[in-house]
Design a protein. Sequence first.
Length: 364
Amino acid sequence: MSTERIRKIINNKDFTKENLSYLISLEGDERDYFLKQVGNTYTESLGKKVYFRGLVEFSNFCTKDCYYCGIRKSNTHSERYDIDNKAIVDAAIFAHENKYGSLVLQSGERSDKAFTVRITSLLKKIKEATNGELGITISLGEQSEETYRDWFEAGAHRYLLRIESSNQDLYYKIHPKDEKHNFETRIKCLKTLQKIGYQTGTGVMIGLPFQSYNDLADDLLFFKNTNIDMVGMGPFIEHTETPLYEHKDALWSLQRRFDVSLNMIATLRILMPDINMAAATALQAIDPMGREKALRYGANVIMPNITPTANRKDYTLYENKPCTDEGADDCANCLSIRVEMAGREIGYNEWGDSKHFFKRQEKK
Ligand code: SF4
């Protein structure tokens, strides 16, 4: 086994595209060595804390048609649901009482007035019901600057908008090429979110058909160059009722997608040591210990699902999603054990904001 190159890249912070691509593609003993190095360095420099974000996937109605997604508009087999505001506020109160610190609100993408006004009022209600103590992340897609501002003023302070792939050609292989799925618009939205003052997050899928290690290295450089504060990324898992499924024979094995996802997490941790990074649920869909492994090698955020259980099975962006039949209590207990197993501590009642965000503000 030769570890010389890995050692040099880490010590000299020599993060060229070629070197990043090399780290992302590592296998066998070299990979084990690399992951261990990152795990040790990370907990030494950033501490052991892991932050909880209670996740509420409150609606799977969506106006978009992304080729990989099980709840895309054109999938007529998807059972649609929309949880009422009272149940969402109750879930927020549950998160607050259980000392989660933060909440994530996520849904399919809608930008009609009824929806945007509803979210503004919902955010205010959540803030009120939790004495302003619960941090709120939202992940509600592309919106106008005015809407983003309204939501920010109503109490949301973090926004997650995944780019899915920073390679424009690949982006249009996994999205229709039309006005509703425009790559430039997505980039513009990320910039607008940063301008308004959100802690801004993005992410990609790993192991897409047509994707190379160089594409993934470019994704990491995109996060760095865009000065992103938070990242959520995980393995691509195909869904039978989507157009992208026809390319299933071009996919890496599930195990390879999982391994490369951990390599991506570890590589990003050394490239951007102060950002927040989520241990994606999709990792656990492949390996029962997937999220613990992500926590060992660089992730510091975990998102217990607190969506009312009856609706969880219908928020299926991909298939075989784990934890769709557990109650919120079971989910929290299971996760706290998982965090301990990974040798980490839970930052109860803490917002756990991205350190990178505050540094970015200082430099303004
Ligand atoms: S990925 Fe998001 S925007 Fe695209 S179809 Fe699925 S829910 Fe809608």
